[in-house]
Write a protein that binds this ligand. Structure first.
Ligand SMILES: Nc1ncnc2c1ncn2[C@@H]1O[C@H](COP(=O)(O)OP(=O)(O)O)[C@@H](O)[C@H]1O
Ligand SMILES: [Mg+2]
Length: 325
């Protein structure tokens, strides 16, 4: 099993197929780790998603094809993650640089360009087991705006009007079916525009940036344990829960390139501070935050209400001092 990264997903699919183990198929894994294959099956199954074009790096008609889409655009490496190789472009002058960045992060000889969907980014964690979606937990996203959006934190519950929620769930279920995903965790990225959910991408594993922790806190079961039990093919696996504990999380980030000189955590012990994690120690080199992998740690809090959890998140982050020089 894996969590929070696509790196092992292809291997898991192949091993599950070859050995008859419980987990996503090789077919599903290939689609879930390639943004072009994903877009193709979404289009075929009428999943709502941004209009796009596949473009070869050496295509002489490249600009003509891109011209069929409406600005602003997003240029994407198809087999990367953590917002690597992804650039929002507002004018044609930005195309060349965005293409170069996609090329840097891909192993393919093509990339995709998508129309930018202006709206509110959110997501969902879910699990599909024995052909049935077992739960869907929508979450709000905190987004950092660099070359493109980079999710840097999350919160649950994410309150949506009943019709909007029903539409989001329908899009997610259609996308899972379209991708042929089964017996795996689901990490969905959405954008909400005019009350309609657009599917950005869906991964066949749990989300990064504290999202598995978020599921664990909200439902009151150990989500990592459930993922492991599913990988073992547990017959009577249940995701039922009566619990719904609000929680929030945020990455710790550096605002400059440099070396960590000190890490001080002034927080007192508090049962509602679920986790404060530092990825690095004093003396380690870190980078100014631009993409997910530049994270230097995270904080996860919970509360009786979402407001309480979010207030505590901000307080806890203020009491952490990381000096980078
Ligand atoms: N079509 C789009 N419209 C608006 N924003 C987008 C679009 N596609 C991607 N983004 C932004 O770029 C981020 C990264 O894109 P995504 O396809 O999720 O790739 P990654 O695998 O790097 O997470 C998203 O979280 C979102 O902020
Ligand atoms: Mg994403």
């Amino acid at each position: 099993m894996t969590a929070g990264t696509d790196v092992a997903v292809i291997t898991i699919g192949k091993v599950c197929d070859e050995m008859g183990l419980c987990g996503l198929s090789y077919h599903g894994a290939k689609i879930a780790t390639n943004k072009l294959l994903m877009k193709e099956v979404y289009e075929k199954h009428q999943v709502r998603t941004a209009k796009y074009r596949k473009i070869a790096f050496d295509d002489p008609r490249m600009y003509e094809k891109i011209g069929e889409l409406r600005l602003p655009l997003i240029f994407k490496a198809v087999d990367s993650s953590g917002s690597r190789g992804i650039t929002r472009v507002d004018k044609e002058e930005g195309f060349a640089q965005a293409i170069a960045l996609a090329k840097k992060y891909t192993r393919q000889d093509y990339f995709i360009v998508e129309e930018f969907v202006e709206g509110e980014e959110f997501g969902a964690q879910a699990f599909v087991y024995h052909g049935k979606v077992q739960f869907i937990l929508p979450h709000g996203d905190y987004v950092f705006h660099g070359n493109t959006g980079v999710p840097i934190g999350h919160f649950v519950p994410y309150e949506l009007e009943p019709e909007i929620l029903a539409d989001a769930k329908q899009q997610l279920e259609k996308a899972i079916l379209a991708m042929g995903l089964d017996n795996c965790a689901i990490n969905a990225d959405f954008i909400l525009k005019d009350g309609k959910t657009y599917v950005l991408e869906i991964g066949g594993r749990s989300g990064a940036t504290c999202l598995a922790e978020s599921v664990t806190i909200f439902y009151g079961f150990d989500y990592y344990e459930k993922i492991l039990l599913a990988a073992l093919g547990e017959e009577n696996l249940s995701f039922d829960s009566n619990s719904c504990v609000p929680n929030a999380s945020h990455l710790l980030m550096s605002d400059k390139d440099g070396v960590i000189r000190s890490i001080t955590d002034h927080n007192e012990k508090n049962p509602n501070i679920y986790e404060i994690l530092f990825d690095h120690k004093v003396g380690d080199e870190v980078q100014k935050f631009r993409i997910g992998p530049h994270r230097i740690g995270h904080v996860v809090t919970m509360g009786e209400t979402l407001d309480e959890a979010v207030d505590l998140l901000h307080q806890a982050m203020e009491k952490i001092e990381i000096c980078v020089e």
